[in-house]
Design a protein. Structure first.
Ligand SMILES: Cc1cc2nc3c(=O)[nH]c(=O)nc-3n(C[C@H](O)[C@H](O)[C@H](O)COP(=O)(O)OP(=O)(O)OC[C@H]3O[C@@H](n4cnc5c(N)ncnc54)[C@H](O)[C@@H]3O)c2cc1C
Length: 439
């Protein structure tokens, strides 16, 4: 056992944990970061595509340079550069059995119905303060499955298909698994632009998320223990004790729990977490996207494809044209969901899926990661199911004794984004500093 060598233990070396560790170290605290994986970054993971020399993001990827203010402040602080995904030049859609090569895949009537839906959604969005916990606002009526919410509008099959594709692209879930309130609470973060949910993102870190993550870690000077999955967290009146599955026991005056929401139930907390936090963690988040990467030839230049439930891929686009990859093809990124039989690591399967849109396409290599089966993620980015946020949003992030909580899954603003992780990490550090100053 290590004695009280540390002031603070930070559990989890994702964006939230590293932000908290850096801020606490800057406040003079001796910090140890305890991470289950053999790398930092968590759900942000930049590594070579299919054993080539060209790297891609398997997890968190795009940023909004205008809205992601805290993440951009971090990038600026460390001089981390952004680059841009190419603007699409060729559009293809597969909706209601019809293949189209056009930027707008819906009829004028459907466009009018979409405008009406957007108007109605914006009226509801006006009721939401994205900076405050949703259980402290009068919005429980919106915490219903998106499927039920959309059913009220009598939308045509192609329009419903298009919207369903956007929902799956933004959440990794089917309409029934996701709360209308969750997606509505994103809209203020998208500058009130509901249709931004259907846009492809553009900006990304030029040298990958690891560029920023590593600089944050280096700047913190915190000690890092990798390959050390935490099994138990026990707190007493004056300290916190963390036991790892490797049998190590670590002690400090306080801890930041910066773990994925879906992994919280794997830790034995003593005393137990509050009944509300435990209930929220037991519900968990539903994000279960399949993010695919493929090296493809015989594609139209800079293509963007969208599809509805009949298509095995909801959205795909050229992220790195062949001239940039030097790999003899374009690198295409795409998203699908668990209920589709698509195996993103099977070259032939992926080629058949892409050929539903572009019959000439040839897939040379594929890559991806199964985040749902990953024991230290158990899901992709946060997609809250109905009944979670209007009941447990405050409890999920509430401090418990000497434990403060962080992570993009429990953020109010930018829940599910890297921005949300950074924001909650900073808040957690401030909270723990205050607790340690008092006790
Ligand atoms: C496929 C995919 C695409 C995404 N795309 C985007 C995007 O384009 N833009 C965007 O902003 N966001 C995106 N996200 C979301 C973004 O990556 C996450 O919201 C963010 O990185 C989460 O940071 P975090 O620190 O809260 O959690 P995490 O990054 O999950 O960090 C938690 C850490 O805890 C560790 N851990 C888990 N269990 C234990 C344990 N028992 N003991 C010790 N350590 C443990 C994990 O290994 C992990 O390192 C995407 C995510 C995925 C998966």
């Amino acid at each position: 056992m290590n004695g009280d060598t540390y002031d603070v233990l930070v559990l989890g070396a994702g964006f939230a944990g590293l932000t908290a560790a850096r801020d606490l170290a800057a406040d003079g605290k001796r910090v140890l970061i305890v991470e289950a994986r053999d790398r930092i970054g968590g759900r942000a993971w930049y590594r070579p595509f299919a054993d080539t020399g060209f790297s891609i993001e398997l997890g968190g990827n795009w940023v909004d340079p205008d809205g992601n203010t805290e993440l951009m402040a971090e990038a600026e602080r460390y001089g981390v550069a952004l680059s841009q995904s190419p603007h699409p030049e060729h559009h293809v859609s597969l909706l209601d059995g019809i293949l189209r090569h056009a930027a707008c895949p819906i009829t004028d009537d459907d466009r009018a119905a979409l405008d009406q839906l957007v108007k109605e959604v914006l009226v509801q969005v006006e009721r939401i303060d994205p900076e405050l916990p949703l259980d402290q606002q009068d919005v429980a009526d919106l915490d219903v499955p998106l499927h039920d919410y959309l059913d009220r509008f009598g939308l045509s099959t192609p329009l419903r298909g298009l919207i369903g594709g956007w929902i799956r692209e933004n959440t990794g879930c089917a309409e029934a698994q996701i709360s209308a309130l969750h997606l509505m609470s994103w809209i203020p973060n998208l500058n009130g632009d509901v249709l931004a949910l259907g846009h492809t993102p553009t900006h990304r870190f030029a040298a990958g998320t690891i560029d920023l993550l590593q600089r944050m870690l280096d700047d913190s000077g915190a000690e890092l223990r990798l390959s050390s999955p935490v099994a138990a967290v026990t707190q007493s009146a004056d300290h916190v004790e963390v036991r790892t599955h490797n049998g190590e026991v670590l002690r400090a005056r306080g801890a930041v729990i910066a773990l994925p929401l879906n992994c919280l139930t794997d830790i034995a907390f003593e005393p137990a977490l509050s009944p509300e936090k435990a209930a929220g963690a037991a519900i968990g988040q539903s994000g279960a996207a399949k993010k695919l990467w493929a090296l493809v030839t015989d594609l139209p230049p800079k293509v963007l494809g969208v599809g509805c439930h009949e298509a095995p891929i909801d959205v795909f686009f050229t992220d790195y044209p062949a001239a940039e990859t030097g790999l003899g093809g374009d690198l295409v990124v795409g998203f699908s969901t668990q209920e589709r039989p698509l195996d993103i690591l099977d070259r032939e399967d992926l080629e058949a899926a892409l050929r539903r849109y572009l019959p000439e396409a040839s897939v040379l290599k594929v890559d991806g990661h199964d985040w749902l089966a990953d024991p230290y993620a158990k899901g992709t980015w946060c997609a809250a199911p109905a009944g979670l946020l209007s009941k447990y949003a405050s409890a999920l992030e509430a401090t418990e004794g000497r434990l403060v909580f962080a992570g993009s899954d429990i953020a109010h603003a930018f829940r599910g984004w890297m921005e949300g992780a950074v924001r909650t990490g900073a808040i957690a550090a401030t909270r723990l500093s205050a607790i340690l100053a008092e006790r």
